[in-house]
Design a binder for this molecule. Sequence first.
Ligand code: F6R
Length: 612
Amino acid sequence: MCGIVAYIGPKEAYPILIKGLKRLEYRGYDSAGVALLDGSLRVLKKEGKVSILEEYSTSQDTSGTVGIGHTRWATHGVPCDKNAHPHLSQSGNIAIIHNGIIENYNSLKKELEQLGYSFHSDTDTEVLVNLIEDIQKEDKLSMEEAVRVALNEVIGAYAIVVIDKREPDKLVAARKGSPLVIGIGKDEFFVASDASPIIEYTKNVVYLNDEEIAVLNRNGDLEIKTLGNIQKSPYVQKLEMDLEKIERGGYEHFMLKEIYEQPQVILDCMRGRMNAEKGWIKLGGITEYLPRINNAKRIIITACGTSWHSGLIAEYLIEELARVPVEVEYASEFRYRNPIVTEKDVVIAISQSGETADTLSAIQIAKDRQALIYGICNVIGSSIARASHAGSYTHAGPEIGVASTKAFTAQVTILTLLALQLAQAKGTISQSRLRQILYELEQIPSKVAEALKTNDKVKEIAAKYKDAHNFLYLGRGLSFPIALEGALKLKEISYIHAEGYPAAEMKHGPIALIDENMPVVFIATNMSAYEKIVSNIQEVKARKGKVIAIVNSGDSQIKALADEVIELPETDELLSPLVSIVPLQLLSYHIALMRGCNVDQPRNLAKSVTVE
Ligand code: F6R
């Protein structure tokens, strides 16, 4: 939520900031702004996307070799020019950009008002910058000391970068609960919410830890200290990210590119982790903890959104294969309901971004209660990856489209391997069944590639149903989480109301909604529930609903009943979610596009949800 970028060095800062903000726009796109320091401190900011700021800036002075930039996902105050970042302190000397929430901003604001400060925005950030100014003025402190003292008074989450026109040769950055990475170039520094704005300038980065403050000096010195004023030596790491991977590469949208990357992503995710021929699976991150995971009385999976859906699939897989009880919890509920967790539990936290605030808090609660935390994240070095005892990366590459696609299939792939490795270790699967599934898993990338060939058919269907006001998605067993995920994809990018349901639950309520205007998407690829799904389809047809059925190729019974049919290659039922999600991703993409929606940046959403 909110993207921040900053630069200090010999180059002009503005082009670096604007390019960086465009890369970070997936984190929020309500407003954007920059502050540039070149003798004077100038702030340019506008409601709306970075391109609006860019257009506005063409008529403005954008010079300066130090600067900060921000793209906002609104929390405090509506999206508008005055609430856009950067925010200036009352004197106009200090400018700040902030990602996160200052929870005690109200009481701080009141104190500052009594001291004569007035506020021009509705944001918590403006309170923070004035708090820094007040501390600096009162105690005659350097900027970094004032920032450190101020942050000790603050409750909440933040990643901030601050500049002061009286100290033009430094940037001060700090984080707690929101990500921040520092890029180290030759006589220059970059700061950003993730590495994407930095990658083309340097591969040397330092990930700032919670409660750390960095001072980036123009002379090339980088100092890091804690909020408690303890010096730290910077731990420089090499970025593995590729520039090519964060560009659209000829596709009209990131979402489409990411949907089409899935065969390769699944392959990359399995690489070196399994061998069907030899019947082995080895998730590197698990080895050290396998005995503890093996003896777990229960596995709790916690996540949000799409990642929660992959957790539901894992519940089916782990219970079926490894016979361990699994509970799947929304992180946002788990963290607030005093859950019963003990040292005998293993908690699997799933997150693409690795920064989701609710998932991070759920981990903390489980950790406090001595559970083992296994993190499944996509973003390397992310907060959840670092907060976990053990874990596996999904290696899906940067996911930029706000609607998660390839990260989901990568998560499901890892979770399938995890379930199989557990089953093997517990002896709940025969070697021949294990090999059979692994062989089938090896075929999944080519079956997903086949599924992508349904694109034209899906597009035709999208054109027919794009004006519907509601959609119902139904599936049984492993296809139920796919129904949920298909519905989520549709609602988040096309703004059509959609619900996912277990197909058998339809008769307990949703059936009342069905009439000739209601498209019902059936995921009917799992053969063990085939006859039951056929009956559910008949129930919908009897009420004149429009049936869009996802079936295995060669199906004839459902084909005869459904209005539309999308045929997919058959696979082992346990692996079917990896294939059946593909046409649903494409369906939401085409419908959103036909309705004129912004596919990669749907309204009100942000890619990385670092607020509760
Ligand atoms: C949906 C989507 C969100 C995320 C959710 C969790 O397409 O992207 O529902 O899945 O915000 O995010 P992560 O996985 O980053 O924790």
